[in-house]
Design a protein around this ligand. Sequence first.
Ligand SMILES: [Zn+2]
Length: 244
Amino acid sequence: MNIQEYNSYGGPSRIRTNDQGVAVPRLSHLAIGPLLIHYNKKIIDFQYIILKKIKNVLGRKKMKIKVGVSNRHIHLCKKDADILFGKDYEFHKRNDLTQKGEYACEETVIVSTDKYEFPHVRVMGPLRDYTQVEVSRDDASLLEINPPMRDSGDLENSEAVWISGPNGKIYKENCCILATRHIHGNKNNLPNHNNRDIVSVIFNGKEIDNVHIKMKDSYELEMHIDKSDANEFGIENGDYIDLE
Ligand SMILES: [Zn+2]
């Protein structure tokens, strides 16, 4: 192929023609097409990712979550229940709690230290593998103890208290905590969060931080705080907070 190149001024041209005068594209012109398609695709992919992210953020609506305020209470293990209430004592359900299978009992115990005593601390059912006393910051200062803020069951190096029931009394070490404020939920009612996430929520324009997410298939959507938190943030049982 006899290739001649001219431009409109008669000089070397960008347009190449063969001996029939038909324009022949340069190699670089041939390569640029697929290259442009390649980069266009990249740009489109990039735009798609950005749009998806924006949609996710916009789509993540503020959720209203009901708050349950818990008063001081106790969970018992079988061994301690036997000592406090008598062997194989059967507790009486007072009322169901929001979370399936959990209930408050008619029975109460006395929780005390040398400094203070709470005479009617509600027993929660069913029995657990461990005995755990959950108090508020205000309760702790009356008892003059310094319980750590923990998730349920995390009792290592927690506080000791006396626990008295109708059948006996025990001095229980590593049982008393301040419960971490938390939200119960599952994949469906809390789709944008994972177990053990730590989030902030809003109540009356005020931020409440360090809220732990607890996920389980059986969990109803509900936030739990203690009385000291409720007083501090002006929240009453049954109020709703916003989670983003
Ligand atoms: Zn809870």
